[in-house]
Design a protein around this ligand. Structure first.
Ligand code: PGA
Length: 254
């Protein structure tokens, strides 16, 4: 199995830079003990510089990026600006951005394209709002295919796909984690689409991770039985102790 990829998505937390630095210190200290796990922390933009001074072993990630490198985009931060402070990994198309900020599949495609063309790693989030029965909803495949529209085979190996069913995100009322078994079936479905687009070798290089109510007690089952290449962790990444336990659990099956 390849090195598990564990990503902290802090969303719009914590409230102050002081708390962000403290949390990052805790994660850096704990994560340094696990060489066989790749760890990324994606804080809000304005904490990136401060966290860059704290995180050494842990990589710095961003929660979004503009597709343009510079220009008249008030309120946006470009991939080039992120690159200039050492960010290589960027979450793209999170369901909260699709929902609250009106991000469309086309906008997400432009971001994925810009990031991949400039040697960065987009972590593209896809996932359905509801699941009825056992079938994998078509929207999962549709979101993926649109995000990859026009993306060349030679750059696709840097892509990470985060399968994140919206109903499983801890802040959604009634949320519950998906099962490792369902996550695995969805991974196979995603791989099949990638294979159709890029061939087997390129598809195998793409990492597919799971997100949605990941905790220390279910992280290992998602990686082991679910065969996911890692996890995107929201709520549980705001507690350094719990986040380290997730890293620990992932290291045991790596
Ligand atoms: P959660 O969030 O771990 O709190 O469910 C995951 C995410 O939205 O990325």
């Amino acid at each position: 199995m390849r090195k598990p990829l564990i990503i902290a998505n802090w969303k719009m937390n914590p409230p102050t830079v002081k708390e962000a630095v403290l949390l990052a210190h805790g994660i850096e200290r704990g994560a340094s003990r696990y060489r066989n796990v790749e760890v990324i922390v994606a804080p809000p933009f304005h904490f990136l510089m401060s966290l860059g001074r704290v995180l050494k072993r842990v990589h710095l990630g961003a929660q979004d990026s503009a597709w343009a490198e510079a220009g008249p985009y008030t309120g946006e931060v470009s991939w080039l600006q992120l690159q200039s402070i050492g960010v290589r990994h960027v979450i793209v198309g999170h369901s909260e951005r699709r929902l609250h900020m009106g991000e469309t599949d086309d906008m997400i495609q432009k971001k994925v394209d810009a990031l991949l063309r400039h040697g960065m790693t987009p972590i593209v989030c896809i996932g359905e709002r509801m699941r009825i029965g056992n079938d994998i909803p078509a929207v999962v495949g549709d979101q993926l295919k649109t995000a990859l529209n026009g993306i060349a085979r030679r750059v696709v190996k840097n892509l990470v796909v985060a399968y994140e069913p919206i109903w499983a995100i801890s802040t959604v009322p009634g949320a519950r984690p998906d099962t490792p078994d369902n996550a695995f079936r969805t991974k196979v479905y995603i791989q099949k689409i990638l294979t159709g687009l890029y061939g087997r070798a390129a598809a195998q290089a793409v990492r597919i991770i799971y997100g949605g109510s990941v905790r220390s007690e279910n992280a290992a089952p998602f990686l082991k039985e679910g065969k996911m290449d890692g996890a995107l962790v929201g709520g549980a990444s705001l507690d350094s102790g719990e986040f380290i336990r997730i890293i620990h659990a992932s290291s045991t099956i790596a």
